[in-house]
Design a protein around this ligand. Structure first.
Ligand code: FDP
Length: 316
């Protein structure tokens, strides 16, 4: 196993080599590297592309930006021609995307091509989220994922990935390849920061009590409005909690189980954290449809357990 501590990398170890030396299956490595390649084009689109609307809406009725549509096309195309995909689904598209090129693909991929795209015009960070399963079934619980990753387009472009063997961070270098920055990221100690999504006036009593307890124990508010950077800070700062809870007018919250919550829950659990909908482990939810939403409390184990406790009390 290659190893590196943050900022002390003696030799640049790139993503492909890291995966190969970690004995990750060839086809799975291919998928992860295809996403790495796609991200080069997405980052260019973010930097210089059209910020306008596409004139279409996604399956949730949300207006699509030109950048959403473009990022989706970039990823679809790379995955389609990788030859290793059985099935794929995108947060931007209704239903399964048929793989129309000949393939013996053994993997299925669900992705959110550009999460937080409404933040690009205010120049805040956004990301791509990817969830990978073996076989052709995308409608199964998240605990069956074989890999998950996100790419964060911030001041730097980074990829955080897990193939079920810890969570590792890579950063895009001058020639747009990903080099290992740190491996086996672990959440440790109490939550230092919290990121609360959703309108607080719509929080239920249990969530409100949870937030107050975080504030009273000195946990700092750090919310960017982008799911990827908000999860990234929990991981990289080694502790914290993100929530987008059930709201009084939206019992399922906002975030999507397949495209957003399952991959992030996989990564956070791999780092020793937890992810819950307030009552149940996110990765144990059996999805009924691709577009399903769920509330989420995700991050340091103790903080997530505390959220569950307040929510249990609210119900009793
Ligand atoms: P966005 O709608 O801008 O794409 O998943 C969508 C998301 O952003 C997350 O990145 C973010 O955490 C959340 O929605 C923010 O939701 P609100 O608009 O309700 O604040």
């Amino acid at each position: 196993m290659v190893s590196a501590e943050r900022g002390q990398t003696k030799f640049q170890i790139n993503l492909r080599r890291y995966l190969r030396e970690s004995d990750v299956d060839r086809d799975l490595t291919r998928i992860i590297c295809e996403i790495a390649n796609a991200s080069k084009y997405i980052i260019n689109a973010i930097r210089t592309g059209d910020l306008g609307v596409a004139g279409t809406s996604n399956l949730y009725g949300e207006q699509q930006l030109a950048l959403d549509v473009l990022s989706d096309r970039i990823i679809q195309k790379r995955l389609m021609h990788s030859g290793v995909i059985a099935n794929m689904a995108s947060e931007e598209i209704d239903g399964i995307i048929p793989v129309t090129v000949p393939t013996n693909g053994r993997y299925s991929v669900a992705f959110d091509p550009l999460d937080g795209s409404s933040l690009v015009d205010v120049n805040l960070a956004v990301g791509t989220i990817v969830s990978i399963y073996e076989g052709d079934n995308l409608l199964q619980s998240g605990r069956n994922q074989v890999a998950a990753l996100y790419v964060l387009y911030g001041p730097r472009t980074t990829m955080v990935v897990s193939t079920g063997n810890g969570v590792h961070e890579f950063a895009m270098n001058l020639i747009m390849e990903f080099d290992l920055v740190q491996e086996n990221i672990k959440l440790e100690g109490p939550a230092k920061i919290y990121a609360p999504g959703g309108l607080r006036s719509k929080y239920t009593e249990g969530t409100e009590k949870f937030v107050r307890s975080l504030e009273e124990s000195g946990t700092k508010l750090r919310y960017s409005g982008g799911f990827v950077p908000d999860i990234n800070q929990v991981l990289i700062k080694r502790g914290g909690v993100f929530m987008y809870p059930h709201l009084t007018d939206s019992p399922e919250g906002k975030l999507r189980l397949l495209y957003e919550l399952n991959p992030m829950a996989f990564l956070i659990e791999q780092a020793g954290g937890a992810a819950s909908n307030g009552k149940q482990r996110i990765l144990d939810i059996d999805p009924e449809n691709l577009a399903q939403r769920a509330p989420v409390f995700i991050g340091t184990k103790e903080a997530v357990a505390l959220a569950e406790q307040f929510i249990r009390e609210e119900e009793s």
